[in-house]
Write a protein that binds this ligand. Structure first.
Ligand code: ADP
Ligand code: MG
Length: 645
């Protein structure tokens, strides 16, 4: 059979370069990657075989074997998994199909030290073999194909690889690394055992190595050495961690299990492991990661929870097991009730699955509540009794919120039943606090006497929110306002009309009614002012008739001449802008212009020879002040210049 030479896809070549040049200080991770691929391949076979038992052929055993040859300087990782056809080998080992990986590559800075750190946090997949090998040879046969349809793939890790058809007796894949001079230490039984213990202990299938024994040196001067015995022994725990009793599992084991299932090499923030009994029986082991996926090497199966049925792996990313707003959670659910041949469609209809989803949701919310509770624990006060926790829980909730807060907020609109619980987990920046750590309960506790609403403002950025003229009167009266700048905020809050009996109110919508916070004298003064400037209001309305719905006297400005607000029932200007950016057609609702009659600029308006220009400048500035842009910036500049001159 002839050999074919293929070029790597450009991104692969780039990745290879990066891997071999940035990761030499952390060489050992290649083994974790290759074993993880072998394990994935076995999972895939197990799954496909549910529908077609013949795929096992005469090899029912699923396992991974490590073999090394010091003299030949090779290390081989062989599995009895699904294998690859020739076409699959070309595709899977020559291109990067995953958009996530490409996106990841595009983030790299080009600074080798930084990139090495970044890449070290993620899996680097098959190509990491080239950190330790100057040539990799893969031999494989897809389950179900005849022996003549095996394939040999080989590459020196530069620009191309070769592929040829071979005859291969065994199903599955063997990856042989031809070790570089500086990586010969990996051709060593002790070293390999140590690495398997470190990275792959909980892989749910046996990882085996040939047992070795010590042979004494001979009289002829030969030193003693380890020799292979021909017996294969399993060197990992190979047990599904979640089936063991909690008390028998150390934190370290929980963490390393997380690494393996989440392909995330940074430790999780928290986890929850339970055996749930009752009408629906299952085991859940759920983790909250410490960082949002940047997207990592396998986006397609990264997100979410793996489903097992009585320890048999069924599928990755079973999205029915958690609501979408908890999609950052990683973990395992092992059901005792579902049938093995459960499909995604079936999952959607299953009552057991619904019960599991509810149980998982409760658990995760509980986990987050615990983190939140631990958070404000005064850092200086000694713990009451007992020993200090091994790791102080400090900042965990803040970390969670920074990474996933925006996702959790979606829950307000999505999970009616848990809305209260979610609302208590919300955290915001506010005019009273720099940190983004104000909860609605904190806010309520600080409310002024007579204050009837929780006030908030949304803007494109926190800085824009913080400096919005609409906050002036709140500032003057010392009323706290929550500052929001997440895209999802406005939508999410539309599903939370009140918190614990107190309504939430946007300061940028409708007229400000400060209720009892405004004294009679102030109200009277405002009404008088409105009366006095009535003719001016009409004049402005006429000048800006295409741009505003109404012009009225403000109750919210102190230092600024004017601001724009949404009419009572309308959507806020911020939301309207977002929708417009997203290309949506909007009903033509115009904002309301509020003017501050006490302001020098407004006083000047009356009878001004350039009234029309001034009116437009006032409007455009109000727009600018809240992060918008004048429809005709050039006209704005012209007008301002004319006025300056
Ligand atoms: P990932 O594992 O994230 O998909 P890798 O770079 O590790 O990325 O592997 C790329 C692809 O090569 C895998 O998705 C799989 O299709 C294929 N592959 C790698 N190793 C094996 C193996 N031992 N058996 C079968 N297929 C494999
Ligand atoms: Mg992989």
């Amino acid at each position: 059979m002839s050999k074919h030479t293929h070029s790597f896809q450009a991104e692969v070549a780039q990745l290879l370069h990066l891997v071999t040049h940035s990761l030499y200080s952390n060489k050992e991770i290649f083994l974790r990657e290759l074993i993880s691929n072998a394990s994935d391949a076995c999972d895939k076979l197990r799954f496909e075989a549910l529908a077609n038992g013949a795929l096992y052929g005469d090899q029912p055993e699923l396992r991974v074997r490590l073999a090394f040859d010091k003299d030949a300087r090779t290390l081989t990782v062989a599995d009895t998994g699904i294998g690859m056809s020739e076409a699959e080998a070309v595709e899977h080992l020559g291109t990067i199909a995953k958009s996530g990986t490409k996106e990841f590559m595009s983030r790299l800075s080009g600074d080798q030290k930084q990139d090495a750190q970044l890449i070290g946090q993620f899996g680097v997949g098959f190509y990491s073999g080239f950190i330790v090998a100057d040539r990799i040879t893969v031999e494989s046969r897809r389950a179900g194909l005849p022996p003549e349809q095996g394939v040999r793939w080989s590459s020196g890790g530069a620009g191309d690889f070769e592929v040829e058809a071979i005859t291969r007796a065994e199903r599955g894949t063997s990856v042989t690394l031809h070790l570089r001079e500086d990586a010969l230490a990996f051709a060593d039984g002790w070293r390999l055992r140590e690495l398997v213990g470190k990275y792959s202990d909980h892989i749910g299938l046996p990882i085996q190595m040939e047992a070795e024994k010590w042979e004494e040196g001979q009289d002829d001067g030969q030193p003693g050495r380890m020799v292979k015995t021909g017996e294969w022994e399993t060197i990992n725990q190979a047990s599904a961690l979640w089936t063991r009793a909690k008390k028998d599992i150390t934190d370290e084991q929980y963490r390393s299990f997380y690494e393996q299932i989440a392909h995330d090499w940074q430790p999780p923030l928290a986890w929850s492991h339970n055996r749930v009994e009752g009408a629906t029986e299952y085991t859940q082991l759920l983790y909250v990661p410490s960082h949002a996926p940047q997207d990592i090497w396998d986006r397609d199966r990264k997100a979410g929870v793996k489903l097992y049925v009585r320890r048999v792996f069924i599928m990755d990313d079973a999205e029915q097991l958690l609501p979408r707003y908890l999609r950052f959670v990683k973990g395992v659910v092992d059901s005792s009730d579902l049938p093995l041949n459960v499909s995604r469609e079936l999952l959607q209809e299953s009552r057991d699955v619904r019960a599991i989803r509810e149980g998982n949701t409760r658990r995760v919310l509980g986990l987050l509540e615990d983190l939140a509770k631990a958070e404000p624990a005064a850092p200086t006060a000694p713990a009451e009794g007992g020993e200090a926790p091994a790791e102080p829980p400090q900042d965990k909730y803040a970390t969670f919120w920074r990474e996933f807060g925006a996702v959790l907020k979606e829950g307000l609109g999505e999970d009616f039943a848990n809305r209260e619980r979610i609302a208590r987990l919300l955290r915001y920046a506010s005019t009273a606090s720099d940190a983004a750590g104000v909860s609605l309960a904190d806010y309520k506790a600080r409310m002024k006497d007579g204050q009837k609403a929780i006030y908030y403002i949304t803007a494109d950025t926190l800085a824009a929110a913080r400096h919005s003229p609409q906050l002036e009167v709140f500032r003057k009266k010392g009323i706290e306002v929550l500052l929001m700048a997440d895209r999802v905020d406005e939508w999410a809050l539309s599903h939370l009309p009140e918190f614990d009996g107190t309504p939430l109110q946007s300061v940028a919508k409708g007229a400000v009614d400060l209720g009892d916070l405004q004294d009679e004298a102030e109200k009277k003064a405002a009404e008088d002012a409105a009366e006095a400037v009535k003719p001016l209001l009409d004049q402005l309305k006429a000048a800006l008739k295409d741009q505003v719905e109404d012009v009225r006297v403000t109750t919210r400005l102190v230092d600024s001449p004017a601001c724009l607000v949404a009419a009572d029932a309308g959507m806020s200007l911020q939301l309207a802008r977002m929708l417009k950016q997203a290309g949506q057609k909007l009903p033509a609702t115009l904002p309301v212009l509020e003017i501050n009659p006490g302001h020098a600029l407004v006083k000047k308006l009356d009878g001004h020879p350039r009234f029309d220009d001034l009116a437009h400048v006032l409007f455009d500035q109000a727009l600018l002040a809240e992060g918008g842009l004048p429809d005709d910036p050039a006209a704005y500049v012209r007008r301002v210049n004319a006025l300056l001159a």
